[in-house]
Design a protein around this ligand. Structure first.
Ligand SMILES: O=P(O)(O)OC[C@H]1O[C@H](O)[C@H](O)[C@@H](O)[C@@H]1O
Length: 513
């Protein structure tokens, strides 16, 4: 049980960093042209090229030692086996059990998962095929998920990403307390055919409760009657760990879907919190998503470090945060369908690892989670890429792309999808190698320009490429980031599974009301 900077491997990495300070990504490539081939790893339809990083084989083996010293294997066994590794709340962390990856011996856990899945899949199917009717006896055309944080961001990301696969009804999301968000979503919807999912693990989140009351008011105004109980019963369902509170609010038990205590909010999209996803894409595709995540779980447990996607992303993040002083991490998706990925990852990584005390409650003496930000390529190229290329801070990036032929609107004669992919590669090379990556004639022209047009380059980035954006690869992609987050928490020796930092503001609000 040690903070990482007490480990021999940490000291070795520190020395190694100083000894390699003059290396650049261009000099590393010149010294070893096999990097682009060797520094790659693939799993579950996701390919990682990590050749554009300020590392070499020695860096990798030092990190291998650090992982051993921080007992990566032991912590993996604890999490997958169901030990209560969220010590401040005394809870196991078993989201992996929701996708068939539980390694413990309690047969009640897979049985509970199967039972809940069966229940919410059946309900989702009945909403999809119109068997479940509204108060006025109609099929539902629209479903609104009312939830915030982990009860919003995952389902919102997935429903947007897989939108082309969506059959009727349409799925919408309302998270914020600002009534404008709900107003904008409700505009143009028919209350008579709109179903609400009240999604809140704790059922103590005031934003979701307030929005649920606003939804009731919208419905009862439409139905011009006071039979609120019947309207609620017909137009609401719920996902929560607090079924008692939900049913006393007026939702019948058969429409309440549970979420075990051992699923953390930001890891919960695989559970009944994914009801909106199941309504949007159906059970078969939901199961494909679970399978993709399961494959990533097995990969994380079994692949060696130099081929292990989550572990590589974790050590690269630690390398820049703790040895290069990086304070941020950027995620740029060259796919509109991944629009909500940075939002999702902000909660996943920053709420998990934005901690300043270790597992024993002692202050940490090293940096933990960087600030994560991101956006879409190519639009961000025309906004913040200036700073990425020529700014004074090191900002490590994940540059994510999807094969052009997978683009839903790609067709012959329209080169936009292919050009989008090319831009991902061009930016990755330009950031890493600067003008060195240009053909000779162009390079010479560029080098003749004044200093304001010079590129420092050596800006590290991971290229993450998906053969196709399917429920399977999306499940694997999210699981990859979950395990990256978990492993960074292991290295930093912090509890990645609580979030006490969000509580004070809530209490402060309560004391002012
Ligand atoms: O699902 P709920 O219990 O409503 O919680 C919603 C969210 O709010 C909390 O304040 C936490 O910061 C999040 O981790 C959580 O996902």
């Amino acid at each position: 049980m040690t903070q990482p900077n007490q480990q021999p491997a940490w000291a070795a990495l520190k020395e190694h960093r100083a000894a390699t300070a003059s290396e650049t990504l261009s000099s590393l490539l010149t010294a070893d042209s096999s990097r682009p081939k060797r520094y790659t790893a693939s799993a579950a339809g996701i390919h990682l090229d990590f050749s554009r990083h300020l590392i070499n084989d020695q860096t990798m083996s030092m990190f291998e030692q650090l992982l051993e010293q921080q007992d990566m294997k032991g912590w993996q066994a604890k999490m997958f086996g169901g030990e209560a590794i969220n010590t401040s709340e005394g809870r196991a962390v078993l989201h992996v059990a929701l996708r068939g990856s539980y390694k413990g011996t309690d047969t009640g856990i897979p049985a509970e998962v199967a039972e809940t899945q069966q229940k919410f899949f059946a309900f989702a199917q009945a909403v999809r095929n119109g068997t479940i009717k509204s108060h006025s006896g109609e099929a539902f055309t629209d479903v609104i998920n009312l939830g915030i944080g982990g009860s919003d961001l995952g389902p919102r990301l997935i429903c947007h990403a897989l939108a082309d696969k969506v059959a009727s009804p349409r799925v919408h999301f309302v998270a914020n307390l600002d009534p404008t968000e709900m107003h904008n979503v409700l505009m143009g919807l028919n209350p008579a055919t709109t179903l609400f999912i009240l999604s809140s693990k704790s059922y103590s989140t005031m934003e979701t409760q307030a929005n649920a009351e606003a939804a009731v008011a919208w419905l009862t105004t439409h139905f011009k009657n006071s039979d609120i109980a019947a309207i609620k019963a017909a137009h609401f369902c719920a996902v929560s760990n607090n079924i008692k509170a939900i049913s006393s609010w007026g939702i019948a038990l058969e429409r309440c879907f549970t979420l075990p205590e051992w699923v953390g909010g930001r890891f919960s999209l695989w559970s009944a919190v994914g009801l909106s996803i199941a309504i949007a894409i159906g059970e078969a595709k939901f199961r494909e998503m679970l399978q993709g995540a399961h494959e990533m779980d097995e990969h994380f447990l079994n692949a060696p470090l130099n081929k292990n996607l989550p572990a590589l992303l974790a050590i690269l993040g630690v390398w820049y945060t703790n040895f290069h002083g990086a304070q941020t991490h950027g995620v740029i998706s060259y796919s509109e369908r991944l629009r909500y990925l940075p939002d999702y990852l902000q909660q996943l990584e920053m709420e998990s690892n934005g901690k300043c005390v270790d597992k024993e409650g002692k202050p940490v003496t090293y940096a933990t989670s960087p600030a994560l930000f991101g956006g879409l390529g190519t639009t961000t190229q025309h906004s913040f890429f200036q700073m990425l290329h020529q700014g004074t801070q090191l900002v490590p990036l994940d540059i994510i792309s999807v094969s052009a032929q997978d683009n839903i609107v790609a067709h012959e004669g329209d080169s936009r999808a292919a050009d989008l992919l090319l831009f991902a590669q061009a930016q990755s090379d330009a950031l890493a190698y600067g003008v060195d990556a240009l053909p000779v004639s162009l390079r010479e022209q560029w080098q003749a320009k004044p200093s304001y047009s010079h590129f420092p380059a050596s800006r590290p980035n991971s290229r993450i490429h998906l053969d196709a954006l399917t429920p399977h690869t999306l499940g694997a992609l999210i699981a990859m980031y979950e395990h990256k987050t978990f492993l960074q928490g292991v290295i930093w020796h912090i509890n990645s599974f609580d979030q006490w930092g969000v509580e004070l503001g809530k209490v402060m609000f309560g004391s002012m009301k």
